[in-house]
Design a binder for this molecule. Structure first.
Ligand SMILES: NC(=O)c1ccc[n+]([C@@H]2O[C@H](COP(=O)([O-])OP(=O)(O)OC[C@H]3O[C@@H](n4cnc5c(N)ncnc54)[C@H](O)[C@@H]3O)[C@@H](O)[C@H]2O)c1
Length: 314
């Protein structure tokens, strides 16, 4: 792998660039405005400081990683000599189609183009492409540098070379790529999260628990277990006869709403969109969101260290 190009320096793009740079790959990150690139540079530097402060990397390694990343508003420059391009531009199909048309007019035929889309099927993404065999989805989760999983989805036209190279690149970058055997709406992660959220929001709306207690239940109950044993292991350990009775008893009672619940619709209508507007399910008026995000990242780092046993003891 000669060089990696990340298109879009937003929430996901800057994190993805950091992942590859830390793994030693030269990275070019391209965005439309200088502001976006400056913000990305600052965010990566702050992220890496967190690693240094937690003894995951040395300050020399931080500087080395930063030195691997070039920030540019020149698309041709960002693509020159690159063999893997990953886009993390907004989730707008037309925007992505326009970008792919331009990329295909610049990149050699063997350059891999990956999308970090959270939901658009690859079949749709490649609808107008000249070389559909080079396209693949590599779905990183936010924050990209800390969450190990990357869902990888290929289309029937995606070549085996592209699929194998993407999987091996992600492994080299320290990620846990999981290859989905079928292209499916929402992939796996968002289907599971949506299924859980549908029931959780229904329980809140029915007055069984409030949002805070619901979060505590997940963090101290299923979530606590899931960091180390998955739900399939959980049911095996609990006993399938027991779980069969739970399924038969509960499935008919579970929420099967077909659209976003009223609770969420009301908040969206009132422009209470969560942390970014200062209020959503919770209020963020009194706590700077950056403090919350730093605390989140610190906890994710600790968990990552525990899971990978990479960190020196504090
Ligand atoms: N935010 C998340 O939690 C998350 C998680 C997983 C996947 N994703 C997916 O990742 C992609 C990016 O999401 P995000 O949250 O980072 O968005 P974002 O809005 O934070 O960043 C998008 C960036 O792309 C830039 N951009 C727009 N058009 C461009 C173009 N034509 N060329 C180059 N840059 C362009 C914007 O200036 C912006 O900096 C989306 O497909 C999204 O669905 C997001």
């Amino acid at each position: 792998m000669k060089k990696i190009t990340v298109i879009g320096a937003g929430i996901m793009g800057h994190g993805i660039a950091q992942v590859f740079a830390l793994a030693g790959f030269p990275v070019h990150i391209y965005d439309l405005t200088k502001d976006k690139l400056t913000n990305a540079m600052t965010a990566i530097s702050i992220n890496l400081d967190l690693y240094v402060n937690n003894e995951l990397i040395s300050s020399e390694e931080k500087e080395l990683a930063l030195g691997k990343i070039q920030f540019t508003r020149n698309l041709e420059e960002s693509l020159a000599g690159s063999s893997f391009v990953i886009e993390a531009i907004p989730e707008d199909l037309q925007l992505k189609w326009d970008l792919y048309r331009t990329l295909e007019s610049i990149c050699a035929q063997d350059v891999i183009i990956a999308s970090n889309t959270s939901a658009i099927p690859l079949t749709k993404l490649i609808q107008h492409s000249i070389h559909p065999e080079r396209f693949i989805i590599a779905h990183f989760l936010n924050p990209a540098p800390l969450v190990p999983l990357v869902e990888v989805i290929k289309h029937k036209n995606t070549s085996d070379y592209v699929a194998d190279t993407t999987m091996s690149l992600l492994k080299k970058a320290g990620k846990t790529p999981i290859f989905l055997k079928k292209e499916i709406k929402g992939f796996v992660v968002n289907r599971i999260q949506a299924a859980l959220l549908r029931e959780a929001l229904a329980l809140i709306d029915n007055g069984v628990v409030d949002a805070q207690d619901m979060d505590q239940i997940i963090k101290d109950g299923p979530g606590f277990r899931w960091a180390f044993i998955g739900p399939m292991e959980t049911v095996d350990y609990g006993g399938l006869d027991t779980w069969k009775r739970i399924f038969d008893h509960l499935f008919p009672d579970l929420n099967n709403g077909q659209s976003a619940p009223k609770h969420i619709n009301d908040l969206v209508d009132a422009n209470k969109l969560g942390a970014k507007t200062g209020e959503g399910i919770y209020s963020y008026q009194d706590t700077p969101i950056n403090d919350l995000l730093t605390e989140r990242d610190l906890n994710f780092l600790r968990l990552l260290h525990m899971k990978t046993k990479k960190m020196a003891k504090n």
